[in-house]
Design a protein around this ligand. Structure first.
Ligand code: AMP
Length: 491
């Protein structure tokens, strides 16, 4: 993820990413490219692959753009030699779109080359960076992930795994890492397991197993690998010639997996922490229908992210599910375009009304979240223009009132419509006849929990509650605000 030198001068320092690694396969880099393609939804700005061939020789290729464009060239792939490789997809909304920020990051150490790809967001990277720079470390990029490299470099341990553990013990934040050095592929998850990381395996031509590490199971499916298990929160797996070793360097704590992965971020065909994302979204939609039923003729999803929740909603209330909005798949996510003006335009480019399904109807529009409110406002306008008699909006997440500091791209609270307005005000601004969000309790129920245990919540839900489980060391003001949300404007 990209940081500016001043943590407070930029409200869009967050980044979402996907990671993938392969150990012991003749086509390691090609598998990584396929895996990254399946993880494209986690980051569309840039991608990189680092491969490792005989004698500890590393090969790197990084580029800006989509995986298919960067790695679609046979010459590029031919250069990524070796039986082990790791890769990374990056999504940054501002900051530098520079090649130097594209991961995996690579460095030559006294013990040889080391590459690392990071999904998540560190919350003390700015402080660490300042201290490291004072000690003489020369940073090459503006990504927070680079602190891993320098912490490993200055570690007094001799063994590379001990050095990495030494580094992990100094960082705070969310991380799922895939790293590669001459001798091992390494996977690691932060002690709370905020971001996902899974282990897979597949037989190779030599009759042995190839190992895969991936952000999501959909990336195992694309290469035909079998899901083995989730990497556990706080766990390091070291995969080398002798097999797989699990190391747990941290004291055990209750995990806090990101609830937003279920709501929006993960691909619906992925199984996350033992639960299918698609099914979860349908259950959330059903719970939403029970909580906020409204008389209607048709349930219409805001595609694509609203589709499974709308299906669950429609089935639960017995109202027909119809594709009243058609999505054009040849434009990126609206979030990717940097300015507000373009973001407005992006919504129009991306969605069109299917008039036949809307005209004269009482429409329930289902979407997964409202962040700034820009998308919803445009969609509602479009649905009304297509002749809908009533427009009711139902959202399969609670109001997003707080920014994410752990690796999901949300803007500052100033721009979060739910942080600034009541639900009634939001309904007016968006232009709907009624607006309802699933309750936090309902969301937990839909995810198979007995409601939210306030002392020990099962998920990280900071974007809905301000309950930041990992200290926001680089953003003390945000931590203070989180504790006193009523002091913020518009609350
Ligand atoms: P907004 O116009 O800011 O309210 O955008 C809300 C829309 O963006 C919803 O349809 C979501 O599916 C989508 N969305 C929510 N969170 C994110 C995110 N972190 N990155 C990209 N898109 C998102």
């Amino acid at each position: 993820m990209t940081i500016s030198t001043n943590p407070h001068d930029d409200d869009k320092f967050h980044e979402e990413c996907g990671v993938f690694g392969v150990w012991n396969h003749a086509d390691a880099a090609a598998l990584v490219a396929l895996g990254l393609h399946a993880l494209q939804h986690r980051g569309q700005e840039a991608s990189g692959i680092v491969s490792l061939s005989e004698g500890g020789v590393f090969h790197t290729h990084r580029g800006l753009g989509l995986v298919g464009d960067i790695f679609g060239d046979a010459k590029v792939m031919a250069g990524l030699k070796g039986r082990a490789a790791c890769g990374h997809n990056r999504y940054a909304t501002t900051g530098e779109t520079a090649l130097r920020n594209v991961q995996p990051l690579y460095a030559d150490f006294e013990f040889g080359g080391f590459a690392v790809g990071h999904n998540g967001n560190l919350t003390n990277a700015q402080g660490l960076r300042r201290a490291l720079v004072k000690r003489g470390c020369l940073f090459q990029s503006s990504t927070d992930s680079e602190v891993f490299i320098h912490l490993i470099a200055i570690s007094l341990y001799t063994n590379v795994i001990d050095r990495l553990i030494d580094a992990l013990k100094q960082v705070q934040g969310a991380y799922s890492l895939v790293a590669l050095h001459d001798g091992a592929l390494i996977g690691a998850r932060d002690p709370l397991g905020v971001r996902p990381l899974v282990l897979g395996s597949m037989p190779n031509l030599g009759g042995q197993s190839s190992w895969i590490l991936a952000s999501e199971t959909c990336a195992l499916d694309i290469v035909g690998a079998e899901f083995v298990r989730d990497i556990e929160p706080g766990e390091l797996v070291v995969i080398d010639a002798t097999g797989l070793k699990s190391i747990k360097p941290f004291a055990q704590t209750a995990s806090r997996f990101c609830i937003f992965e279920y709501i929006y971020f993960a691909r619906p065909d992925s199984v996350v922490e033992g639960t299918g994302v698609y099914e979860s979204r349908k259950l959330i939609g059903a719970e939403l229908a029970r909580e906020s039923h409204v008389a209607a003729d048709v349930v219409v999803p805001v595609p694509d992210s609203g589709v499974p929740a709308a299906m669950g909603y429609a089935r639960e209330c017995g109202v027909p599910f119809e594709l009243g909005i058609i999505r054009n798949h040849y434009v990126g996510r609206t979030f990717i375009e940097p300015t507000d003006q373009i973001r407005h335009l992006g919504v129009k480019l991306k969605h069109s009304a299917n008039r036949a399904m809307l005209e004269g109807k009482r429409v329930v529009l289902v979407d997964d979240s409202i962040v700034r409110g820009t998308t919803s406002k445009k969609i509602v306008e479009m649905v009304r223009q297509a002749g809908a008699a009533e427009v009711h909006m139902r959202i399969s997440s609670p109001p997003t009132t707080h920014s994410c500091f752990y690796g999901i791209d949300t803007p500052s609270r100033r721009q979060l419509i739910a942080a600034q307005h009541s639900i009634e005000e939001m309904a007016k601004l968006i232009g709907v006849d009624s607006l309802a969000f699933i309750s936090l309790e309902g969301l937990y129920r839909a995810l198979g929990q007995n409601g939210r245990n306030a002392d020990k919540p099962q998920f990280c839900d900071a974007c809905f509650t301000g309950d930041y489980a990992i200290p926001l060391t680089d953003w003390p003001a945000e931590q203070a605000h989180a504790a006193t949300p009523e002091l913020l404007p518009g609350q």
